[in-house]
Design a protein around this ligand. Structure first.
Ligand code: ADP
Ligand code: MG
Length: 455
């Protein structure tokens, strides 16, 4: 397959998963510049498109390429003069697609664009947000804030795991405020963006201007503040901005993947500011809510897979709404491609093919990862020391060997320098007990598991 053929085949797949308007906007005038050792370089016309493809379409592009060439490992983009690109988006669509009615095309088109002034994406609204017991407090608090801007809950701090709707919720609050008060200045930024603006301003000696800019907002929404952890300058600036806004009754909305007290490396004074308003979490949706979300998303896509298919997805994808949505999108794309509904077996097959297999861990991996995440030497885990810095990591390692590796107590004891199995049982049970009350420990173990199960 030549590069050109490969790209055409991939585009053909991509086209089925995005709207026509988006396809034309983002993929016109693109082609493969080269393919070297599994790395594909795609020519694109400008930086804007490059960033957009990286942000929004990277996974889809990679997946589509890999369907035709297993050797492809990654994709990068290169800005090329239009003379070097051949693909003409005005060609007729390769596969027959029902043309979307004009209003829908325009809606989707608009949906994709973050608003330049506010940074908000109009697709995140309260209307499209499903409320269940898992998120009702966070939802209620967000709605309340839109009706009592700066006066009721300030800051509003929403925390919870990946893909559980934090970004959706805080942006919905922003969009709602903007809708009801068009003149108000609402700003949504990620903590990375905020930090990089601060760093940039310091380098260019434009800190004063940045300060003015941020202090003029009526509503400031900052996403994923756990990433402030290690950036002192960002923290310093945020602290002062925070105080300035707060003292003027401006609304602040924050999100993070964990509660403030579990965010490491964050200055105490900033932490206590975060905790000064209302904190509420989004947890994992229960089965009924998962099914409700799938039904709502099918309706929004105007395509309804069979009931048992939605039930199958809802029973199998439990802790991430983004993945839930992804599975549905996959099923719908396949049904559209085949031109008829899928049955349960076909659904299983598609979902299995696209989920990554649960990894089998080795004892060594667990020990290494635990040592690394507590920043201690591996060998100290085996020593007979009662030092606090070592005791806790050792207990955690034993706990994980039992839970994730299924090691027997005597085996684990032996691994740890010939300790008695009752010592192991004691450590294991201690962690189980502590997990019930120690948020920070819950977080630490979650992070270790993420490292273990990452590719
Ligand atoms: P987080 O910021 O917590 O990682 P997101 O807000 O990005 O999660 O949510 C992931 C995806 O799931 C988004 O596409 C979002 O629209 C969708 N989503 C999350 N929660 C809900 C919900 N309660 N109802 C409908 N869609 C949701
Ligand atoms: Mg988010």
């Amino acid at each position: 397959m030549t590069n050109e053929e490969l790209w055409m085949a991939a585009l053909n797949e991509i086209e089925l998963e995005v709207s026509r308007a988006n396809f034309v906007t983002w993929f016109k005038n693109t082609n493969i510049a080269e393919c070297k050792e599994g790395i594909i370089t795609v020519n694109v016309p400008n930086t804007f498109i490059k960033e957009w493809l990286e942000d929004k379409y990277q996974k889809l592009i990679l997946k589509s390429l890999r369907n035709y060439s297993r050797e492809v490992r990654s994709v990068s983009y290169n800005i090329a003069a239009p003379a070097n690109v051949h693909f003409n988006a005005n060609r007729p669509p390769l596969k027959k697609q029902k043309p979307a009615p004009l209003s829908e095309t325009q809606l989707e088109f608009k949906e994709f664009q973050d608003n330049n002034e506010t940074g908000l994406n109009p697709r995140y609204t309260f209307d499209s947000f499903i409320v269940g017991t898992f998120n009702e407090l966070a939802h209620a608090a967000s709605v309340a804030v839109t009706k009592n801007i700066g006066t009721l809950y300030n800051p509003l701090f929403i925390y919870g795991g990946v893909g559980l709707g934090k970004t959706h919720l805080i942006q919905a609050a922003g969009n709602e405020i903007k809708k009801n008060n068009p003149a108000s200045k609402v700003k949504y930024v990620t903590s990375e963006k905020f930090t990089s603006e601060v760093v940039d301003a310091i380098q260019k000696n434009e800190m004063a201007a940045l300060k003015i800019k941020y202090r003029e907002y009526d509503v400031l929404i900052i996403d994923d503040v756990q990433f402030f952890s290690r950036t002192v300058q960002g923290q310093e600036q945020l602290f002062h901005t925070f105080n300035a806004l707060y003292n003027n009754n401006k609304q602040i909305v924050l999100s993070a993947d964990r509660p403030p007290r579990s965010i490491g490396d964050i200055e105490e004074r900033l932490r206590s500011r975060f905790e000064g308003g209302i904190m509420t979490d989004v947890s994992e949706p229960e089965y009924e809510s998962r099914l409700a979300i799938l039904n709502a998303k099918s309706a929004a896509k105007n395509h309804y897979p069979a009931k048992e298919i939605l039930e199958h997805i809802a029973s199998n994808i439990k802790n991430n709404i983004r993945e839930l949505e992804g599975a549905l999108t996959l099923v719908i794309a396949k049904e559209k491609l085949m031109g008829h509904p899928l049955n349960l077996d076909q659904t299983r097959e598609i979902l299995n093919k696209n989920s990554r297999p649960k990894k089998l861990l080795t004892a060594t991996q667990i020990i290494k990862t635990v040592a690394a995440s507590y920043n201690i030497e591996e060998k100290s885990l085996f020593e007979k020391t009662r030092k606090k810095e070592v005791v806790r990591p050792r207990q955690v390692a034993m706990y994980l060997l039992r839970e994730d590796f299924n090691g027997s107590y005597p085996y684990i004891g032996q691994k740890f320098g010939g300790r008695d199995h009752t010592t192991v049982i004691h450590s294991y049970e201690k962690i189980i007990e502590d997990l019930k009350k120690d948020e920070r420990l819950v977080e630490e173990i979650k992070k270790i598991r993420e490292a273990l199960y990452a590719n």
